[in-house]
Ligand binder design. Structure first.
Ligand SMILES: [Zn+2]
Length: 313
């Protein structure tokens, strides 16, 4: 009996291992970690949208600030530290904009965190003249240029390439996907830009007053003319003298549109509109503050189309 049992085991053993091998071939065991998406932390929601486009299902992204907050005055939450601790890739604009993220990186960043500055190589607008913007001062006090580069789709192409390269560095396995997604998206940016430029081209007047100096790249790309800013920097108010000067300017230069931003106090744009008869149009520098603008392409379309329709009235 004992002899029979042994011979049965010997008989079945090769069959058994073949079955196991077959099973493994059909249902491969997941290699630990391979199926985990790359964790990305973005300082701004626009960077979160871009990395989701380029990374697709290979990334899991979070933005530190929402579209309802100001990119200048954000105060980090304890949960932001946890996000950074778990991240493999961090995306920021740089140019001294996100001064609030540097202490977070210094205190919480894991050793292998790759921080990517997406503004490298962008042709900057230096508006530190009469209408100085305090943002342009980097951590070292160096004046670098206006940081709102993402409001020009042409700059976003450069940013997308930085994001693609960052993803390839931390996840080379999916290089082909990242390259393909970036190419497709850059094409979509070009198409949208062309369509929107055609809408602006037929306008008779393109003069505007803006809420804070977020719009020089946007204006340069699409052909709007910024005649003044209500706030020179976030956190400072506008003096009665500044308001009086703007009222006289709006009347004298026949400026018909004032851009306000949903993240900022609406009081001064309202006073200016009341005093001059100019109309207010609300545009957002960040995705998500206005319904239907969570994705960057929708945000840019919304901003240009709203401004065009306000200017043609
Ligand atoms: Zn700003």
């Amino acid at each position: 009996m004992k002899k029979l049992r042994i011979s049965l085991v010997f008989f079945f053993r090769p069959l058994l291992s073949t079955a196991v091998l077959l099973f493994l071939a059909i249902f491969p065991m997941p290699v630990i970690g391979a199926a985990e998406p790359i964790r990305v932390v973005a300082t701004l929601p626009v960077l979160k949208d871009l990395v989701e486009v380029v990374g697709g299902r290979h990334v899991q992204a979070a933005s530190l600030i929402s579209g309802f907050e100001s990119e200048h005055t954000y105060r980090p939450k304890p949960s932001d530290l946890i996000l950074i601790q778990k991240a493999r890739l961090l995306l920021k604009i740089g140019l001294g904009l996100e001064t609030w993220v540097e202490p977070l990186i210094a205190n919480a960043a894991p050793a292998n965190l790759l921080a990517v500055t997406t503004s490298k190589g962008v042709e900057l607008i230096d508006d530190h003249g009469a209408d100085a913007h305090a943002d342009g001062h980097g951590a070292d006090g160096h004046v670098e240029g206006n940081p709102h580069i993402w409001l020009d789709p042409e700059n976003v192409k450069i940013m997308v390439n930085h994001i693609r390269d960052g993803l390839i560095k931390v996840d080379a396995v999916h290089e082909e996907d990242y390259r393909e997604n970036a190419v497709i998206y850059i094409e979509r940016l070009s198409e949208l830009q062309k369509a929107l430029q055609a809408k602006v081209a037929v306008l008779k007047t393109r003069k505007i007053i803006t809420h804070h100096p977020a719009w020089p790249y946007f204006a340069r790309r699409f052909g709007f003319v910024i005649k003044g800013n209500i706030l020179r920097q976030i956190g400072s108010g506008a003096s009665a003298k500044t308001i009086g000067k703007l009222i006289r300017q709006i009347k004298a230069e026949k400026i018909r549109v004032i851009v306000s931003e949903p993240q900022l106090n609406q009081k001064i744009p309202e006073i200016l509109a009341e005093e001059t008869g100019a109309r207010i149009v609300s545009l957002s520098p960040l995705p998500g503050a206005i319904p239907g603008t969570a994705r960057y392409l929708d945000l840019i379309r919304y901003n240009v189309e709203s401004l065009v329709s306000a200017l043609e009235k």
